[in-house]
Design a protein around this ligand. Sequence first.
Ligand SMILES: *Cc1c(COP(=O)(O)O)cnc(C)c1O
Length: 228
Amino acid sequence: MSIAENLDIIRKRIAEASRSSGRKPEDISLIAVTKTRTAAEADEAVSAGINNIGENRVQEAKLKFPILASSPVKHMIGHLQSNKAKEAVKLFDMIQSVDSLRLLAEIDREARKNNKVLNVLAEVNIGGEATKSGMKPEELSGFLSESVKYLNVRVSGLMTIAPFLESQEKVRPYFKKMKELFEEAARFSAPNVKMEHLSMGMSGDFVTAIEEGATMVRIGTAIFGERK
Ligand SMILES: *Cc1c(COP(=O)(O)O)cnc(C)c1O
């Protein structure tokens, strides 16, 4: 199957899932996760209609982005150390993996130097898994109220990676919890804090994520095939 054919199938599944949950397909953004893929593969996805790509490593993005023939919107989706914030701010349009105020402060500082206001998402570790990054759900409200100090970032939503479980019905409660957290967070609003995006759902669980309220899904394998 080609990248374009895979994308057709995914778009149909996104459309079905959004309709069955009373939303419009165009309200769901699809981010093609290009980690481990070549610049040519990323360009091919863009030719097939992709506008957003996601990478999880600064080092890889730094090599790949300059040789892209296309210019999609670029999302950082992997764990980011504060000392890499400087490079990340230059490379990406949105950083989805902000899991601490320390990192937010660093991104803000670098964004100010670059005369940018960077969109970021707060990453939440909804399954409480030791192997995953993200703040605890109970840390979110403190994070949001402190965020108002950092005017070169715009906290525009939440991101999570759900636990990998054997059935979608076991994963569903985690997406539900994220949606609740998102709605709670939406009551908190400041000029630079506004809940617009709920980024959840990957190749194995994006249909369930959309059914539970995702507005952004991040898909790699189902577009490009298995990673080596
Ligand atoms: C790799 C990755 C994805 C995509 O995973 P697939 O299972 O290949 O669709 C999504 N989000 C994050 C944060 C990732 O690191």
